[in-house]
Structure formats: C-alpha cells, structure tokens
Design a protein. Structure first.
Length: 287
C-alpha cells in the first residue's frame, strides 16, 4: 500500500479542490504529474478502475497533465485504459506537457490550454545503454550529421570514433521511437480530435477521412521536425499550435473552470515541491 506524505489538512484541501473541479466540469478528473515511465500504466489501470466502480462515474474524463515526457510505451497503454472506460477524454494543460505528454494529449477529444500553457516537440525519450532517458531525435540528427560529413570526407578522427562506436541496436531503438510517435498522432488525431471536423472552413466542402489523415501527418511531421524545433524541451504555445492547424480550446473561455483549475494546480504544485515528489496521481478515490 502506498502511504502518502500529505498531511490531513493538505489532503482535505486537495480533495475539496478536486471535488469542486469535478462538479464544475461534470466529469471525472484524473491528475497526473511527473515523468511517464515504463510500468506506471499498471498503477493508472488500478486507479481508473477504482473511480469507475464507485457509483459516481461520469461518461467523460478530464486529464490534468503536467509532464516533461518519457516513454511512449506506457502512453499507448494509458490511452487504451482511458478509452476503455470513457466515451470522451479531454486534456487540460495548466502548465506544460512535453514530448510523450504531447503525444498523449493528441489522443484527446479536446485539448484545453491557457495563454501560459505549452506543449512540446514529439521527440520521444528512450533509455540508452546506461539506463538514462535521452531524446531520440537529438541522437539521430547527430548521427546523420556525422554520416553526411563522412560522405564529404570531412569527418575528424574524434567524430570517426564516435560514429564507429555507436550501438546500431540503440540507434534502431531511437528510430522506432520516432516512428511510433508519428504513428500514434496519425492514428489518434483523426479518430478523436478531428472526429467532429466535417466541413472545411475555407471552401465549405466536406472533410474526408483522407483529409483528416493528411492533416494529422502534417502536424506529426512538423512536431517531430527536430531541425525546425531545435530543442527537445522547446515550448510550443497554443498560438503556435493553432498555426499548425491543431485546434486548442481556450481554458479561459469558461472562467469558473479556469479558476478551479488554477486553484487546484497551485495547491498541487505547492505539495509536489514541498514533499519533493517525482510523480503525483490524484483522483477522488486516490491521493
């Protein structure tokens, strides 16, 4: 059994803030803070099953997500868990959701952000041979750069050693992680985010399944373009996402929900920092 370090007064404040948010949204709320690590999907499964069996279950789930990213493997399984129990799944980003977190958001029917919120490039993180998470696209870009220099006979001795000693199996894992990130967006965006996109706003013509898929490919390619994004952790605002034709709902449009999300997030951030918590999950049945 997991024992929370949160004391009774803090716990009550958190529970009240979450309860208020569920009331306003008329939905179940699932809060996730921290890295998306392999194995966490089993915890998510148990926690979601708890709130779906307590007699208060709603048809819609709102996920308050704050993450620097992590592995795509748990992301796919967590999305499957959400979709098994809920007809509608929406994501609220009160602060940031990078990398694998951005991929997860693209499985939502809606994504809510305020002017401060950011997503990031879908540069997946994978464990290297030392067991550390590394940004896959950065490695791939560097290897490709060295290969091009070798073709021009411009490779230094030091660069030759780096290229010669690089683990090909590790490189292939990076390529697979990159491809999986794109594949997930191409699968999820048309199915969920674009499901009510029926008419082209410019031409007033019907939107086809191929149109939705092409739009998803365009967005995925842009978000996975490391040369364009420059950095694994580069923040992308809702304005920039709108330019990529990924529609983001403004959290501020519902002032009551906006204030409730802000109040909850401030409490959560304070507790996470106070207790140095690496990962934090909260529902009405789990804290």
């Amino acid at each position: 059994m997991i024992v929370s370090p949160i004391n009774d007064s803090n716990r009550k404040a958190m529970e009240n803030a979450l309860s208020n948010l569920e009331r306003i949204l008329n939905a179940d709320v699932f809060v996730y803070y921290g890295e998306l690590i392999d194995g966490v999907e089993a915890n998510v499964k148990q926690i979601i099953e708890q709130i779906c069996s307590d007699g208060q279950k709603h048809e819609e789930l709102y996920v308050l997500l704050t993450t620097t990213g992590g592995s795509l493997n748990p992301v796919k399984r967590i999305v499957n868990i959400f979709r098994n129990f809920y007809k509608e799944v929406s994501f609220i980003i009160p602060d940031y959701a990078y990398s694998a977190g951005t991929v997860m958001c693209c499985s939502g029917d809606k994504i809510y952000m305020d002017y401060y919120s950011v997503l990031g490039p879908i540069d997946p993180q994978v464990r290297n041979k030392d067991g550390k998470f590394v940004a896959a696209l950065g490695y791939l870009d560097k290897i490709n750069e060295l290969i091009e220099k070798a073709k021009r006979n411009e490779l230094t001795n030091a660069e030759f050693i780096i290229l010669k000693d690089f683990d090909l199996a590790e490189l292939r894992a990076y390529e697979q992680a990159r491809d999986l990130a794109v594949d997930l967006l191409v699968e999820w965006l048309p199915k969920y985010k674009f499901k009510n996109w029926n008419i082209h706003s410019s031409s007033q013509t019907p939107v086809t399944d191929e149109d939705k898929r092409n739009r998803a490919i365009e967005i995925a390619q842009n978000l996975s373009d490391n040369k364009e994004r420059k950095s694994h952790g580069r923040p992308i605002s809702r304005v920039e996402l709108g330019r990529l034709k990924l529609q983001i709902d403004k959290l501020e449009d519902d002032q009551e929900a906006y204030k409730a999300v802000t109040a909850y997030h401030e409490l959560m951030t304070d507790y996470v920092q106070k207790y140095s918590m690496q990962r934090f999950i909260h529902t009405r049945r789990f804290l």
